[in-house]
Design a protein around this ligand. Structure first.
Ligand SMILES: Nc1ncnc2c1ncn2[C@@H]1O[C@H](COP(=O)(O)OP(=O)(O)OP(=O)(O)O)[C@@H](O)[C@H]1O
Length: 238
C-alpha cells in the first residue's frame, strides 16, 4: 500500500504554503515530518485529511496495484489539540463512537479491552473528558483509530504531551501498527524522530524531500537536520 502525494498546492490569500509538494509513503514504515514553525505541516495534514480544499494536486492511495483517490474514511487524524465532547466520560464517548461506526467494525474487542490496550485506569475511563489531561485526550484519540483502523494515520505533534512511560507505550503501539498502516507524524523533537521513525521527510519551502537514511542514525544527525531546515531558500514570507 502506498500513499501518493502528487504536486499539492495550497495558498492562503495569495501566499503559497505548499508549492507542489510530492512524496510517496509506504505501508510498514513510520514517517517523521519535520519542518520549521509555519512551514506548512498542519496545512499538509489538513489537505490530506480533506479538512482543507487544495488549490492543486492529487492525493492517491495504491492498494494491491489498484490506485484510487484517498477518501476521508482512509484517514485518521490525531490533532495536537484534541477536539472531544467534554461532557461525556471517556467510556461513554468510546461507546458512542463504536455505536456510530458499528457497520464498519469487526467487533472483536470490548470497550474495556481498548482502554486496557491504552493502559487507561478503570477510574479514568469513567471520568468526564473535561477533567482529562492533554495526554489523556490524545490517548483517547489514538484509541479511536485502534477501533476504526484507518489505512493512513496522521499524528500532529502527538507524543509531546505524554509522560515518558505513556510515550514509550505509544511508541510501542505505533511500531505495532505500522505493519498495517501508513503512519506519518509531525514533530519538532529530533530525538523522537530518530528513535521512532524509519524515514524522515522535510517540508521546506513548500516542498517535501527525504532525509537520507544514513543521516538518521549518524552522530551529526542534529547538525545535518538543522542545516537542512536552515536552507537559505526557506523564507516564511515568500
Ligand atoms: N486558515 C489559514 N488561513 C491563513 N493562513 C493560514 C491558515 N492556516 C495556516 N496558515 C498559514 O500557513 C503557514 C503554515 O502554517 P502551518 O500551521 O501549516 O505550519 P506548521 O508547519 O504546522 O507550523 P508549526 O510547526 O508552528 O505548528 C503559516 O504561515 C500560517 O500562518
Amino acid at each position: 500500500m502506498h500513499l501518493i502525494i502528487d504536486d499539492i498546492v495550497k495558498q492562503f490569500a495569495g501566499k503559497e504554503v505548499l508549492k507542489g509538494a510530492s512524496y510517496t509513503f509506504e505501508k510498514g514504515k513510520i514517517y517523521g515530518l519535520l519542518g520549521r514553525n509555519g512551514a506548512g505541516k498542519t496545512t499538509l495534514f489538513n489537505c490530506l485529511s480533506g479538512e482543507m480544499a487544495m488549490d492543486g494536486g492529487k492525493v492517491l492511495l495504491e492498494e494491491n496495484g489498484v490506485v484510487r483517490e484517498l477518501s476521508e474514511q482512509d484517514i485518521g487524524y490525531v490533532y495536537s489539540l484534541p477536539i472531544l465532547p467534554e461532557f461525556l466520560t471517556g467510556y461513554e464517548f468510546v461507546k458512542f463512537f463504536m455505536d456510530i461506526n458499528r457497520d464498519k467494525l469487526h467487533m472483536d474487542q470490548s470497550i474495556d479491552d481498548y482502554f486496557d490496550l491504552m493502559s487507561m485506569s478503570v477510574e479514568d475511563r469513567h471520568r468526564l473528558i473535561k477533567g482529562y489531561s492533554h495526554g489523556m485526550k490524545n490517548k483517547l484519540q489514538m484509541l479511536m483509530f485502534l477501533i476504526t483502523k484507518p489505512l493512513v494515520i496522521l499524528l500532529d505533534e502527538p507524543l509531546t504531551s505524554f509522560d515518558i512511560i505513556v510515550a514509550s507505550e505509544m511508541k510501542e503501539m505505533l511500531r505495532e501498527m505500522k505493519r498495517n498502516h501508513i503512519l506519518i507524524f509531525s514533530t519538532h523533537i529530533l530525538q523522537l524522530a530518530s528513535d521512532l521513525c524509519d524515514e524522515l521527510v522535510v517540508l521546506n519551502n513548500g516542498q517535501l524531500s527525504a532525509v537520507p537514511t544514513e543521516l538518521l542514525h549518524s552522530e551529526e544527525f542534529e547538525q545535518n537536520i538543522i542545516k537542512l531546515l536552515k536552507d537559505e531558500s526557506h523564507d516564511e514570507n515568500s
